[in-house]
Write a protein that binds this ligand. Structure first.
Ligand SMILES: Cc1cc2nc3c(=O)[nH]c(=O)nc-3n(C[C@H](O)[C@H](O)[C@H](O)COP(=O)(O)O)c2cc1C
Length: 375
């Protein structure tokens, strides 16, 4: 029987399924629920030292549905990081670690471009016992107005400097969460890993406008009739997330072989997760999926991932991690491979085609007859 157990950057998990930062990890109570249901690890909603600057609006979500089935396939949010005070978070995270000492609790943190603030938040979180950090360099809305979130993740120099401050004081593993709102995700990936982060997570949400209400002529979600571009997630983003994970996996394979990748974006099933792992992910995060299906979905995801492993006779996640990365190449190489295959097929066809009766052979008689029938 295969196992889903995995150890990533020294963090021992019962399975690779991680609650991604967002509403599913928004307080101690729901984090406990996630552990009870069997999630491999939880990343809390992003926290900062001063929550008084975080003011959310309502509504702050808008959803895209499939035309026929009406299934939710895309989800835009204009939600900020946690609006709960740091002191309350310290109490709740401590209580969670007391109750679940063996489970992996990862603090998602974000601060302005201020070394003292980053050092303080890292030291205070690790003192209370969190197992790792995820640096939110990637929220695409609201926070960039204050030069936070993706304003940092879009700039490899700033990302590198902040990662350096964090890694100088962090005693536990650090993952840098990447924004997809860049042309080449390899650049911030390299900056984070060179600055000492143990891993990267990808992707955060994609900057988006979900749609326009054709009655009111106003964009969604409407807050007093207005909106601001938000972050897009859910099933519809999975192909983009897979592409970016593949690009990151190649950087890790070629330049940082000891670093890890946490894949995120549209994951809802064990088969979705298998695809991220085939493209190099060590763990797989789920955020919007939990908002659609609830915490219990992890059981089906584990069963489906195990069934995939049984089918291919994989014993551990490492047996197939990154397997499919080798099948990506350049377009020019595809053209070359196709030309070679066609030339070989033509040579084979020509070999079978009878041009004079001396070419008939006993062994290939049927094939030769067939070839003459097909021309
Ligand atoms: C409502 C909502 C709130 C989110 N809040 C955060 C956050 O506080 N910090 C963070 O790093 N990512 C946040 N995210 C991004 C998710 O963690 C994840 O990167 C993204 O949604 C893609 O994954 P998914 O399709 O599984 O949701 C949020 C996403 C949603 C939908």
């Amino acid at each position: 029987m295969p196992t889903l157990e995995t150890t990533v950057n020294g963090l021992k998990m019962p399975n690779p399924f991680v609650i991604g930062s967002g509403p599913p990890g928004t307080n101690g109570n729901v984090i406990g629920k996630a552990f009870d249901e069997g999630w491999g690890a939880v990343i809390c909603k992003t926290i900062s030292l001063d929550a008084t600057k975080v003011v959310n609006v309502q509504p702050r979500y808008a959803r895209l549905r499939a035309r026929d089935s009406k299934e939710i396939i895309g989800w835009e949010n204009i939600e900020l990081i946690s609006d709960r005070s740091f002191d309350i978070w310290v109490e709740e995270l401590k209580a969670v670690k007391d109750k679940y000492p063996d489970r992996i609790l990862i603090a998602s943190i974000m601060e302005e471009f201020n070394k003292d603030a980053w050092v303080e938040i890292v030291e205070r979180c690790q003192d209370l016992g969190v197992d790792a950090f995820e640096l939110n360099f990637s929220c695409p809305h609201g926070l960039p107005e204050r030069k936070m979130g993706s304003a940092m993740g879009e700039n490899p120099d700033i990302l590198s400097e902040v990662s350096g401050w964090v890694n100088a004081v962090a005693k536990v593993p650090v993952w840098a969460k990447m924004t997809p709102n860049v042309t080449h995700i390899e650049d911030p990936t390299r900056a984070a890993l060179k600055a000492g982060c143990e891993g990267v997570s990808a992707i955060n949400t994609i900057r988006s406008v979900l749609g326009i209400d054709l009655d009111t002529l106003r964009p969604e979600p409407q807050v007093e009739g207005y909106t601001t571009p938000g972050g897009y997630s859910c099933r519809a983003v999975m192909p983009i997330a897979l592409r970016m994970c593949m690009e990151i996996a190649r950087v890790i394979r070629d330049e940082f072989p000891n670093s890890t990748l946490s894949g995120i974006g549209g994951v809802e099933t064990g088969n979705d997760a298998a695809q991220f792992i085939l493209l190099g992910a060590d763990t797989v995060q789920v955020c919007t999926g939990v908002m659609k299906f609830g915490y219990g979905m992890v059981k089906n995801m584990c069963d489906e991932l195990l069934a995939f492993m049984v089918k291919h006779e994989f014993e551990t996640l490492d047996d197939f991690k990154g397997h499919s990365v080798q099948y990506f190449t350049t377009h020019a190489d595809l053209v070359k491979r196709q030309a070679e295959t066609r030339a070989a097929a033509k040579a084979e066809h020509d070999k079978r085609m009878i041009r004079d009766d001396a070419q008939w052979t006993g062994d290939e008689f049927v094939d030769q007859s067939d070839a003459l029938a097909r021309g």
